[in-house]
Design a protein. Structure first.
Length: 296
């Protein structure tokens, strides 16, 4: 009996060469580099988008708050009264960096105020709600240096109810016991990263000129002109203010810490608004045309 011959299989001993491994590694690395670059571009675009959105949103909220207070204001003040200085502990004067307003106090029953300890959710709305009560709120907006970011400024607000608590209770005991009031506000930051507008000719490094004050100019047919900053200390001039202009140039991020910092005008967001006072005490501004900035 003849034995069967076993089949022999021959294997290829060549395998994958070092050159093929090297080429494959290079191709894989190139592909990963392209993917990484695309991901980096997406991250940078996302960072820029959110940076611009945050800057614009923050500035918009600040402007909306100022516009609301200006519309409600009883008047623009040139300086703080003696009692107001005592309450704030410092004097302030109307300027391109300081806005001083007096706002009326609307009646709000304590049982209808959710922040009051006397709040009753089942209570009906008091029929006197919204009516103006004695006294007023003095509100200050001020541009100050940002100690944490050299070269930048922030916009802060402070407020007090006047007369003071002890005087108010003595003068108006019923309102003091039944009306809910806003609490004191001390240097609350409403906008940061402010870098302008500034005067190019100013080399002293003064704060940005954020506020401008506009009044009707009788010598030019009651057209609206900007009042000179140097005469805003006069209350008769401040009482004639019809509009308040607000200009903000806000930084869109901190250079050196972003994924891809930007520079120049691309890094600045500019916003402007003008708002009328609803409760004007005078129908026109000062009759002296020299108190207005020159407008051709």
């Amino acid at each position: 009996m003849i034995p069967r011959r076993r089949s022999v299989r021959h294997r290829n001993c060549a395998g994958v060469s070092l050159t093929e491994l090297l080429v494959g590694s290079v191709l894989l690395g190139s592909s990963l580099a392209v993917v990484a670059e695309l991901m980096s571009l997406c991250v940078v675009a996302n960072t820029k988008l959110f940076r611009q959105f945050d800057a614009q949103r923050g500035a918009t909220v600040a402007l909306d708050r100022i516009k609301r207070d200006v519309r409600m204001a009883q008047e623009v003040r040139s300086t703080l009264s003696t009692d107001e200085v005592s309450e704030f502990g410092i004097t302030k004067n109307l300027a391109s960096t300081v806005l001083i307003l007096r706002l009326p106090i609307p009646f709000l029953s304590k049982v209808n105020d959710s922040s009051s300890s006397s709040y009753d959710p089942a209570a009906t709305i008091d029929p006197q709600s919204g009516f103006t009560v004695p006294g007023y709120y003095v509100v200050i907006y001020e541009v100050i240096k940002d100690a944490e970011n050299p070269g930048e400024y922030k916009l802060v607000t402070s407020s007090r109810r006047m007369p003071r608590d002890d005087q108010y209770k003595a003068l108006h005991p019923w309102f003091a016991d039944n009306c809910s009031f806003h609490g004191n506000v001390d240097s609350q930051v409403i906008a940061k990263g402010i870098v302008g507008p500034t005067d190019p000719a100013d080399t002293t490094g003064s704060a940005p000129k954020v506020f401008s004050f506009i009044a009707k100019n009788p010598s030019r047919g009651n057209r609206l002109d900007v009042l000179r900053e140097q005469i805003l200390y006069n209350q008769s001039v401040a009482s004639g203010v019809s509009m308040v202009g607000v200009d903000l140039e806000v930084k869109r991020g901190t250079e050196g810490t972003d994924v891809q910092p930007v520079s120049g005008s691309d890094n600045i967001l500019g916003m402007h608004t003008e708002v009328h006072l609803r409760n004007l005490k005078t129908l026109s501004g000062p009759y002296d045309s020299t108190l207005f900035e020159q407008q051709e």
